[in-house]
Design a protein around this ligand. Structure first.
Ligand SMILES: C[S@@+](CC[C@H](N)C(=O)[O-])C[C@H]1O[C@@H](n2cnc3c(N)ncnc32)[C@H](O)[C@@H]1O
Length: 272
């Protein structure tokens, strides 16, 4: 009887000890997760603070014609993964996406990131000829990116900034009131100047053009609006475009297609 009691007390103590150890491990894991989240948040804050780039638009360029880019169907979807909200991507969230019957291949925020860098880093933008830049997500959220924004170079920080934008609907420069990124109302056409020519781009278009000739033929009085897809598969909606062209005999990445457009306009406008 005494031995059984002693055994039971020992067993109970062992169970309590194991439970205590388990809780200790859990708390340690939570603390580590919290620290990672705090670190990520700090990184995003830093990236947001750096968004306000150096002014790049010389005043005398304002009167000249310019270009507008619209990135269509950008894969920028927010979801709660575990305890945190994240921008879904095919590398980090493949299991999560499959579990929700989604094709990981469709979740490619890197395409929009590279496309934005190609536009914002171009000499065309630095010369002040980028009039406006709009992005429409696959879910239909439309946002504006100010041409002088310094987009985060790394993908992780880019996703942090996009997450903040889609949750808060705008991101302002810390020192000023100016909104550097902001969600705006659809349709995008209401934000375009009246003298705009909207040109949709797709490899699938039957109208294959020589971009130099195409751009040379455009009047200097119109604002050229290029609509480029920022998705992995499918094509852009050509409903609101005035023309639908292919610029190469090869399927290009969005960033490569944009580089081609920027380069052609830089030659036309003699931007070195
Ligand atoms: C990765 S692609 C999307 C793939 C899609 N199958 C397509 O070709 O439309 C991204 C975007 O780049 C542009 N693009 C790619 N190749 C092109 C080409 N040869 N001519 C014109 N635009 C092109 C299109 O706007 C396309 O939506």
């Amino acid at each position: 009887m005494g031995a059984t009691l002693f055994f039971l007390i020992g067993l109970k103590a062992l169970v309590l000890l194991l439970r205590f150890e388990k809780n200790k491990k859990k708390k340690k894991k939570w603390k580590k997760e919290e620290q990672i989240q705090e670190h990520q948040q700090e990184e995003v804050e830093e990236a947001v603070n750096q968004l306000a780039g150096i002014p790049i638009i010389p005043n005398d360029q304002k009167s000249k014609s310019g270009v507008i880019f619209i990135l269509e169907r950008a894969s920028l979807e927010v979801a709660k993964v575990g305890k945190t909200y994240q921008i879904l991507n095919s590398d980090d969230h493949a299991n999560f996406l499959r579990k929700h019957n989604k094709n990981p291949g469709d979740y490619r925020p890197d395409i929009a990131h590279q496309a934005l860098l190609a536009i914002l880093d171009s000499p065309l933008n630095k010369a002040g000829r980028l009039r406006a830049l709009y992005v429409k997500t696959e879910k239909g959220v439309l946002f504006e990116v100010k041409p002088h924004v310094r987009m985060p170079r790394t993908f992780k920080r880019f996703c942090g900034v996009m997450l903040q934008l889609l949750q808060k609907l705008s991101i302002s420069a810390t020192s000023k009131r100016e909104k550097l990124l902001r969600v705006i109302k659809n349709p995008v056409t209401q934000h375009l100047p009246v003298n705009s020519r909207k040109i949709g781009l797709s490899y699938s278009s039957e109208k294959l053009v020589q971009l130099q000739d195409y751009v040379a033929a455009a009047s200097n009085d119109v604002n050229l609006v290029f609509v480029v897809g920022a998705m992995a598969h499918g094509k852009i909606d050509k409903e609101y475009t005035d023309d639908f062209i292919s610029v190469s005999g090869y399927p290009l990445s969005a960033a490569c297609c944009i580089a081609r457009i920027c380069n052609t306009l830089e030659l036309k406008w003699r931007i070195q």
